[in-house]
Ligand binder design. Sequence first.
Ligand code: 5GP
Length: 190
Amino acid sequence: MADKGTLIVFSGPSGAGKDTVLEEFFKRKPQGVWKSISNTTRAPRDGETDGIDYNFITVDDFFNVVDNNGMVEYTKYGLNYYGTPKAPVDEHLANGDTIILKIEVEGAGNIKKLYPDAVGVFIMPPSLEVLENRLRRRGSENDEDVQRRMNIARNELTFKDNYEYHIVNDELEQAVNDLCDIVKALQNNF
Ligand code: 5GP
């Protein structure tokens, strides 16, 4: 039994399917795996629950946590702030768990500096065209937001080589299988 867990940074452009893949992954009840819940200043989307999908907080509260060294990393993405609360990450690491941080590329880089053993998993759409269609279908973003996220996505895709593993989310089931295989391989490393 390991006394120190594994950090997985799970990134990929908005619309690549990170949430859906993670949701399906957790339905398979993987043992000893915990997903970090980020703080964000963005408004909840339909179907999102405070304390489960994110901790939805005000900008003032966000920076109070930052000022108290309560976040491992944080960033501005689009018009909103996102950050990883520190205490639960430390607890789960000490507990020997596998921790999944669903964060963007800059945050992932910062995590890798702080935790050199962290493993990167990058999820990609089959193409930029598919990505744009997914973002539009989601309907929660206006045209300006979709364009902003597409610009960020083009930039994010250039970071994919910083990640140890790549998953192409063409077929959901296969993408979830790929993630399961990666997590199992990392757990077996102990
Ligand atoms: P969304 O608004 O689509 O939920 O998230 C936008 C982006 O912010 C996604 O790439 C997501 O992975 C990233 N993100 C979510 N939480 C965090 C966090 O705590 N830190 C960083 N650096 N990025 C985050």
